[in-house]
Design a protein around this ligand. Structure first.
Ligand SMILES: *[C@@H]1O[C@H](CO)[C@@H](O)[C@H](O)[C@H]1NC(C)=O
Ligand SMILES: *[C@@H]1O[C@H](CO)[C@@H](O)[C@H](O)[C@H]1NC(C)=O
Ligand SMILES: *[C@@H]1O[C@H](CO)[C@@H](O)[C@H](O)[C@H]1NC(C)=O
Ligand SMILES: *[C@@H]1O[C@H](CO)[C@@H](O)[C@H](O)[C@H]1NC(C)=O
Ligand SMILES: *[C@@H]1O[C@H](CO)[C@@H](O)[C@H](O)[C@H]1NC(C)=O
Ligand SMILES: *[C@@H]1O[C@H](CO)[C@@H](O)[C@H](O)[C@H]1NC(C)=O
Ligand SMILES: *[C@@H]1O[C@H](CO)[C@@H](O)[C@H](O)[C@H]1NC(C)=O
Length: 534
């Protein structure tokens, strides 16, 4: 009996890292902030879901120790660990509004890194971090991880990779190479799950537009449904006021505008059949996250002007050691592009170029913020940068530190405002050593506590006030001066002095100091990265 408990504790400590005394179970990534936030970064928290791009083995571990959705402050302080709230493999974690309510959502499911596909569902949480909806694709199809985007009060777009058999001999395939990915997107009613619109690439887009040929090891060989030729690869979908859609098709190196009534292609930007001539700096390839930006139009711009943003990888996975040898530009970048459908010209409004010359073979996002700043998330490079409107860097972070920073990736990264009111109760521990007693409290996901009040819990529910501490970080500590206490309790208090929640009472324990320091340095083990296409 005793032995099995000891074994369980050892396994537990192997994945946790004792960052928080009150939550020894949590081991969030330690952000490696190389450019601290300037005063003019936008307000709000960072929303990310870092994961290991390298496979773990029995002897080698890679960061993050707990891959999950996370909310952080700009100084790297944890606000919420979604580890255990979202399970399996989670990505595309964001805050949004659904029917007027503030919600969190994330893809949750299986992940096939070799093909860049993921199958599962979208899980929506409320402000109390309770699951309020799980949404699956309509029409007997499996939701893919790349997109979930709320485009109306109660509607969202998602996408699907559907392998189908076709005669592909016109594209250089043998008769055995029959399988191709039909890149599908759907608009769904979030409440009912009803399928409102469905569009399939093979109805409108010829494989002539493919940049990567049908070929083992690139975009699929077509020999079976698992290795279907991913000729188009939709990785983002947006919808405008007029009801038309914007697609980013990575494997066509193009962004397509799709008529929301008849599904026809309205225009193509870049790729083999661009409708526009491209101005300096516009050209992109293997891109992600294309979004409409009508709010950036000038007052006198007519209907012939459209502004979009995207993340330009300019690279894809390859056979080389670092996985970005196949590239079309020196670095990846975020881009704002202005389109004129009278002159059919595309002009770069602003490019956002990376610190440290990052070039990511997969994943990535560009979020334009209300104050004109932009957040660029460098996908497989595991980093995020905030810029002012002119492209000046205001903040830069990598998603983990030390050897755990190696190979950390993050599909998309955002800044949002968020009010978190956790149903989970706050955690407390009181530890005593020769210098006295220190009480540690934390409340995963809480954004409202300004002060913690501490009490000695006496008999018959009587409390003796010990003092208070300003909430300083994810975890707040309070040292009990000149008094020996046995049983303590803490209260979370907001800016208006209202008590939000109490911890349960806890007995003081003898402190155990870390035997090797909090984070003992471990050797860096460099592995061959997997070939990953997201
Ligand atoms: C979504 O479904 C709900 C519940 O059936 C319905 O009340 C609502 O009108 C629908 N909205 C849209 C946009 O279809
Ligand atoms: C599918 O085809 C690929 C390429 O020929 C092969 O490597 C893979 O093992 C096949 N998978 C299945 C499930 O047959
Ligand atoms: C979309 O298609 C409908 C029906 O064919 C057509 O009336 C409309 O003009 C099209 N819109 C655009 C922007 O092409
Ligand atoms: C769009 O192109 C037309 C035709 O060249 C030109 O007259 C118009 O000024 C352009 N619009 C803008 C906002 O540049
Ligand atoms: C961008 O640069 C222009 C010209 O130097 C300056 O007027 C403007 O304030 C800058 N904007 C930002 C957001 O820094
Ligand atoms: C942070 O990232 C920089 C740039 O990649 C690297 O040189 C440095 O070693 C990292 N620091 C830590 C603590 O991981
Ligand atoms: C957060 O709220 C502040 C205050 O309303 C606003 O100025 C800012 O633009 C918001 N940030 C984001 C990322 O929406």
């Amino acid at each position: 009996m005793k032995l099995s408990i000891a074994a369980a504790i050892l396994i537990h400590l192997a994945t946790a890292d004792w960052q928080f005394k009150s939550r020894p179970d949590l081991a969030p990534p330690r952000l490696n902030i190389t450019i601290p936030a300037a005063p003019n970064v936008e307000q709000g928290y960072l929303f990310v879901a870092p994961f290991a791009g390298y496979p773990d083995t029995a002897t080698e571990q890679h960061g993050p120790r707990q891959a999950a959705p996370y909310i952080f402050r700009d100084n790297g302080d944890l606000v919420w660990s979604g580890y255990g709230y979202y399970s399996i493999w989670s990505t595309n974690f964001q805050a949004g509004k659904w029917n007027g309510k503030d919600v969190l959502f994330s893809f949750e499911g299986d992940h096939n890194p070799g093909y860049g596909h993921g199958h599962g569902h979208t899980t929506i949480l409320d402000q109390h971090y309770e699951t309020i909806r799980e949404l699956r694709a309509g029409n007997h199809k499996l939701t893919d991880k790349h997109e979930f985007h709320i485009v109306g009060d109660d509607t969202a777009v998602i996408q699907v990779y559907q392998p189908v058999p076709r005669d592909l001999t016109p594209w250089g395939a043998s008769e055995e190479q029959q399988w191709i990915v039909n890149a599908i997107f759907q608009e769904l009613n979030i409440t009912s799950g009803e399928l409102l619109f469905e569009w399939a690439s093979l109805d409108h887009i010829s494989p002539d537009e493919a940049i990567l040929p049908i070929n083992p090891g690139q975009a699929g060989s077509g020999y079976n449904s698992s290795d279907a030729w991913d000729y188009f690869h939709i990785n983002s979908v947006d919808k405008n006021e007029a009801g038309d859609y914007l697609l980013s098709a990575r494997d066509a190196c193009a962004v397509h505008k799709i008529n929301g009534t008849d599904g026809r292609v309205i225009w193509r930007l870049d790729g083999k059949q661009s409708s526009f001539s491209l101005g300096k700096g516009v050209k992109f390839c293997f891109q992600h996250h294309a979004r409409f930006h009508p709010e950036l139009k000038a007052k006198d711009d007519g209907d012939d002007i459209e502004i979009i943003s995207l993340y330009d990888n300019s690279a894809h996975g390859s056979e080389d050691g670092r996985d970005n040898e196949v590239h079309t530009a020196p670095t990846s970048s975020g881009k704002i592009i202005k389109l004129n459908t009278t002159s059919w010209t595309a002009e770069l409004v602003q490019g956002f170029y990376p610190p440290d010359d990052l070039r990511s073979k997969s994943q990535g996002s560009t979020q334009l913020l209300p104050n004109g700043n932009a957040i660029v998330n460098w996908g497989s490079s595991g980093a995020l940068t905030e810029y002012d409107a002119n492209g000046t860097v205001l903040f830069h972070t990598y998603f983990d530190s030390g050897y755990l920073g190696l190979g950390v990736e993050n599909y998309r990264g955002f800044r949002y405002n968020w009010t978190g009111l956790p149903n989970e109760e706050p955690a407390i521990v009181a530890l005593q050593n020769a210098k006295g007693t220190t009480i540690y409290v934390s409340w995963n996901g809480d954004t409202e506590t300004k002060t913690w009040r501490f009490y000695e819990a006496g008999k018959r529910n009587r409390r003796h006030y010990l003092g208070e501490a300003k909430r300083s970080s994810f975890e707040t500590s309070f040292h009990v001066q000149g008094k020996s206490v046995a049983h303590v309790v803490a209260e979370a208090v907001d800016t208006k002095g209202r008590t939000l929640k109490s911890t349960r009472g806890t007995s003081v324990q003898n402190e155990v100091l870390p035997a090797h320091g909090l984070s003992k340095p471990e050797p860096i083990v460099v592995q061959e990265p997997r070939n990953m296409e997201l």
